[in-house]
Design a protein around this ligand. Structure first.
Ligand code: 4AD
Ligand code: MG
Length: 431
């Protein structure tokens, strides 16, 4: 008899099946034991009747605590009152490993304790739900780009120089070559691959030595970065807008159950349709200053500023044309106002902050060289990047979308740390 996953029970009603999983919870009533079993795909209530199993099996069930590993055989019945919607009438059961002291119980635990036991915490209902939303965010992202002809081009993790500012670099000793740095973004490399394919994206871990201890920063996070040839700022924003909408739509469609577990109010997510409001940086500054912000023209927004801007809109909002000095060296400048960069950020609603950052790239060789020197970057390390401006340079643009930021927003949770299995932060590298 084949093992059936609980998530597929709908196709096995009134059939006898084998289930393998873990004991999530247990309730006793006289000669009955109600086991909530989880197998990763869902939860089901397994009902063990004393007379239906052997005395040894009955004893083993009685001795098994939370997270005991189990294999059982039984009849699947539809039962709307049972957790998960199905009940299994158990015919035989084997306790593969009996557990008595699982550290994470249904009672409340502090965050520090849970983070220390992250390897076990991952099994809890809430963490399980978040991980499945993350899976769908990633799949929807890849499907969206693949369907539009984008080619996945993986970019290196060891790099010779900074991409997003020298203050957040992680240095690694690299044989006789001296120091390598963990990548902050695959963008620069995709400006090379885009000249081979026209439309590309990279999707991998990126690293920032963020000394800030905020709810929105990880030192290792996953980013998808599309790059488009023969495209400008507006094309990049259009693509990002379409991507964000597709991701939200897929989560609403496929992860309704998980969003319910998380207590997510989905009405604001249902609002996420094109077009998003677009706000010039000048107007964004006016808006936040009217609401009492001290932030002056020329500075980047603080976390509170982003929340104020987002709260003034029902949907994600695009802020464009940030002052060049707030952005990275590779940004093209606005031909009408050279002090502005052709950049854009997308801010999520409800105060979840920046989920997308991108723009048009500087395509001119000499201007780019000037910028590299202005930013005190090592010119030798960027020779290849400058080369791209000599051989068939065209207008090109792209953006990066942070997966953990998006998952945090869609799940409606407080902190980025729960959106990745093993978060890396300023004060956390274990487990
Ligand atoms: O705005 P950022 O720094 O842009 C870039 O890296 C560009 N090179 C992307 C591109 O144009 N190809 O980062 C992009 C996104 C942010 O909007 C945010 O969602 C996420 O990456 N992000 C972080 N997420 C978690 N922790 C951090 N420390 C993050 N820093 C950026
Ligand atoms: Mg940014």
């Amino acid at each position: 008899m084949d093992t059936v996953r609980i998530g597929d029970f709908g196709r096995h009603v009134d059939e006898e099946v084998v289930v393998r999983g873990w004991l999530h919870n247990k309730r006793s009533s006289g000669k009955l034991r109600f086991l909530i079993v989880r197998d990763g795909s869902g939860y089901a209530q397994a009902v063990v009747f004393k007379k239906a199993v052997s005395p040894e099996e009955w004893e083993a069930v009685d001795g098994a605590g939370q997270e005991s590993a189990l294999q059982l055989k039984g009849l699947v019945k539809k039962d709307d009152r049972a957790p998960g919607g199905y009940e299994v009438d158990v015919r035989s059961i084997e306790v593969l490993q009996s557990v008595h002291d699982f550290p994470i119980t249904p009672k409340e635990h502090g965050t520090a304790f849970l983070m220390e036991n992250r390897h076990l915490w991952l099994r809890s209902t809430r963490q399980h739900a978040i991980a499945r939303v993350r899976h769908t965010v990633i799949k929807a992202t890849r499907d969206f780009l693949d369907d539009q002809g984008y080619i996945l081009a993986d970019t290196p993790i060891f790099t010779p120089a900074a991409c997003e500012g020298t203050t957040t670099l992680f240095a690694v000793p690299y044989f006789d070559e001296g120091t390598a740095y963990l990548t902050q973004s695959g963008q620069l490399y995709n400006e090379a691959t885009v000249a081979a394919h026209g439309k590309v994206y990279c999707f991998g871990p990126t690293f920032r030595a963020e000394k800030s201890k905020t709810r929105r920063h990880l030192t290792e996070f996953w980013m998808v970065e599309p790059e488009i040839a023969f495209a400008g700022l507006d094309d990049a924003v259009d693509l990002a807008e379409g991507l964000v909408c597709a991701v939200v739509e897929q989560c609403l469609e496929r992860r309704a159950e998980e969003l319910k577990v998380l207590g997510r109010d989905t009405t604001t997510l249902e609002n996420v349709t094109r077009p998003f409001p677009r706000l010039h940086y000048d107007d964004a500054i006016k808006l936040i200053q009217e609401k009492g912000s001290e932030t002056q023209w020329g500075s980047d927004f603080g976390g509170t500023d982003e929340t104020v801007i987002a709260e003034a809109h029902e949907k994600p909002v695009v802020v464009h044309r940030f002052p060049a000095e707030t952005k990275a060296f590779y940004m093209a400048s606005d031909p009408e106002r050279p002090e502005l960069s052709l950049s854009a950020d997308i801010l999520a609603p409800e105060g979840y902050g920046e989920i997308v950052g991108g723009g048009e790239r500087l395509a001119d060789h000499d201007l780019l060289l000037e910028k590299i020197q202005e930013h005190d970057l090592p010119q030798e390390a960027f020779q290849w990047y400058l080369d791209l401006r000599k051989y068939g340079a065209v207008q090109h643009a792209g953006f990066g979308m942070g997966i953990e930021r998006v998952v945090t927003w869609i799940c409606g949770i407080d902190h980025l740390r729960e959106t990745i299995a093993f978060p890396r932060m300023l004060y956390r590298i274990y487990p």
